[in-house]
Design a binder for this molecule. Structure first.
Ligand SMILES: *Cc1c(COP(=O)(O)O)cnc(C)c1O
Length: 381
């Protein structure tokens, strides 16, 4: 089955009991058991629920994995994956990961005895040099947020395999429509499904997909033991959102490409971070591992222009955190999503105070371009 067909028919796309063409919402906590001490398929909804199973099997099929798992948020999914490890274990982490992941690592997981080294995962030498005797995994995002840095998943996975480490990839920005990390050698994929997979700014959810039965039983055990599961209503909403992923991503990508061209031609925009930038050093890796450039881009205004005036004059593009939805969103990482990172570290990582991040929606491109143009004019005044 091709990817776009899997979006519609992957996982469990029909109800066996009634033939309903959409999966029902099984709003139940428990299930009648036929015999004492039997082995029923479902016994309690933390452990398993058919609506949740439908979305879990769907993401498994889309990422070409062994099993999928749905959680109450991307953060809950990431936390559960990190509980594969024990006090004393060491994990290598990309230096440009999602702020919430950074917070989870630094203020929660280190307290529980895990240790971390952050590296630029684009640099294989740096990755290799960070490996210690107690290293268990490499955790990375690509493209990163907000600078769209691209890591070669194949290369990192190779180093991981040689050293008996797991490779864990946060695939939120690309989605399996554009990039399938398990096919490139990674062992575990995590998602904030609150973004492109849900796709409509109406849901918080997380997903995990693994590439082998042993990991599937471990994550299944932890999901049940920790209990941060996705409820049946949200599981239903998520599988509904995923069905249109291909058409939405096509529209996001077309609009983002047009906006990139527009910004590139405007002298008031000094820097643009976009996976489709052919002049970027990361572009060869983009061509090799991604099927498109996605719908995210960041840019900087010329010094002296007012970021505040630009943002506040936008009429259509909404000032908000989050990304990956049908409506275009804009934010200033230094003040918003990355505000909790100490300024010195933030600036060192390339996130300036003038940086603006755009999650390009699927509105008509000319309306978005007109909005950006009047925003730039307002910033110039
Ligand atoms: C939003 C996000 C997360 C966290 O997901 P939540 O659903 O908000 O908990 C993790 N990783 C990335 C890349 C994200 O954008």
């Amino acid at each position: 089955m091709k990817f776009n067909t899997k979006l519609i028919h992957g996982g469990i796309s029909q109800d066996k009991a009634t033939g309903a063409v959409t999966v029902p919402i099984y709003q139940t906590s428990t299930y009648a058991q036929k015999e004492l001490a039997g082995t029923p398929e479902y016994e309690y909804s933390r452990t398993g629920n058919p609506t949740r199973k439908a979305v879990e099997d769907l993401i498994r099929d889309l990422e070409n994995g062994t099993a999928g798992f749905a959680f109450a948020s991307g953060s809950a999914a990431i936390h559960t994956v990190f509980t594969l490890f024990s006090a004393g274990d060491h994990i290598i982490v990309g230096n440009d990961v999602y702020g919430g992941t950074f917070r989870l690592i630094n203020t929660v997981l280190t307290r529980l005895g895990l240790t971390f080294t952050t590296v630029d995962t684009r640099n294989i030498t740096e990755v290799k040099e960070a490996i210690k005797e107690n290293t268990k995994a490499i955790y990375l995002e690509t493209p990163t947020n907000p600078l769209m840095r691209i890591t070669d998943i194949k290369k990192v996975s190779q180093v991981a395999k040689e050293n008996d480490l797991l490779t864990i990839v946060d695939n939120t920005f690309a989605t399996p429509y554009i990039q399938r990390p398990l096919d490139l050698g990674a062992d575990i994929v995590v998602h904030s499904a609150s973004k492109y997979l849900g796709g409509h700014s109406d849901l918080i959810a997380g997903l995990v997909v693994v590439n082998k039965p042993e990991l599937a039983s471990q994550i299944g055990y932890l999901q049940n033991a920790i209990g941060g599961i996705l409820g049946p209503q949200d599981s239903w909403l998520l599988q509904r959102g995923i069905k249109t992923l291909a058409v939405r991503m096509d529209a996001h990508q077309c609009n983002a490409a047009e906006i990139y061209q527009f910004l590139k031609e405007d002298q008031r925009v000094t820097k643009i971070y976009y996976p489709g930038d052919e002049t970027s050093a990361d572009f060869t890796v983009v061509k090799n591992q991604m099927d498109g450039f996605g719908g995210m881009l960041s840019f900087e205004l010329e010094k002296g222009l007012s970021v505040k005036h630009f943002i506040e004059s936008l009429q259509l593009i909404t000032l908000a955190e989050s990304l990956g939805s049908v409506e275009s969103l804009v934010e200033v990482p230094a003040i918003m999503t990355h505000g909790s990172i100490p300024e010195a570290i933030r600036l060192k990582n390339g996130i300036s105070n003038e940086l603006i991040r755009l999650s390009v929606g699927i509105e008509q491109a000319e309306d978005l371009l007109a909005d950006l143009k009047q925003g730039l004019d307002a910033a110039t005044k």
